[in-house]
Design a binder for this molecule. Structure first.
Ligand SMILES: Cc1cc2nc3c(=O)[nH]c(=O)nc-3n(C[C@H](O)[C@H](O)[C@H](O)COP(=O)(O)O)c2cc1C
Length: 203
């Protein structure tokens, strides 16, 4: 089982990045083969809304997206980590998500069979914000639900941590890293997925 972790924060060893690494370690602890991707290492531009994918099912913009899309499609499990920027995912994450329009077009415009048909694919989200706001996680839920639907992945869990701002500050948190590890292990399990997305919000 391949477990892909996509760390979208521009800040390496930042808070969402550290949590993502723990989640991947948890997935590895139950036998998954982890792969870590730092999104800023990939040159991924925004969707240009050319709508070429409405005819071809493929993205016409040529950059590193094609390499990363292959990894995403090969993965059985996905951990997607983002910092909260202005109440939403960071720009790097949003570029990647919007490029998923080609998968959305395959499914809903061209009505083609999924590229991952018949596979048990599952995903979880990690998001970290500096403020006390809980509302900011609502936008993450909505965006990621739509993205995972396009990817044909079951949305298994959220780990949301607020009031963590400085780089690496999450290491001082009493439970966040352990929660990430446990959720990563759970994500990589093969028992029936939970009926409802698991929601863990830590202050
Ligand atoms: C451009 C920018 C926008 C931000 N917007 C928010 C926000 O809307 N809400 C919030 O709680 N924190 C916000 N923050 C703080 C980050 O979410 C916080 O520092 C977080 O720990 C960063 O995670 P990272 O270390 O994984 O990058 C913002 C930070 C930046 C740089």
């Amino acid at each position: 089982m391949k477990a892909l972790g996509i760390s979208t924060s521009p800040r390496i060893k930042g808070n969402s990045d550290l949590l993502l690494r723990r989640a991947l370690a948890g997935a590895a602890s139950v036998g998954a083969e982890p792969e870590y991707v730092h999104l800023s290492d990939y040159r991924i531009g925004p969707c240009i809304e050319c709508n070429a994918c409405y005819t071809t099912g493929e993205c016409k913009v040529r950059d590193d997206y094609q390499v990363l899309l292959k990894k995403i499609l090969d993965a059985d499990r996905l951990v997607f980590a983002t910092p909260i920027f202005f109440m939403s995912v960071c720009a790097q994450a949003k570029n990647l998500i919007d490029r998923g329009q080609c998968l959305w077009a395959l499914k809903y415009v061209l009505k083609k069979e999924s590229l991952t048909v018949g596979r048990d694919r599952r995903a979880m989200v990690i998001a970290v914000g500096g403020s006390k706001s809980k509302k900011q996680f609502e936008s993450i839920r909505l965006t990621m639900k739509t993205y995972f639907d396009a990817l044909d992945m079951k949305y298994i869990a959220n780990l949301f941590v607020d009031q963590v701002d400085d780089r690496g500050q999450v290491e001082e948190h009493p439970s966040a890293l352990d929660q990430a590890y446990q959720l990563g292990a759970q994500l990589a399990g093969t028992d029936d997925p939970p009926e409802k997305t698991i929601d863990i919000e830590l202050p």
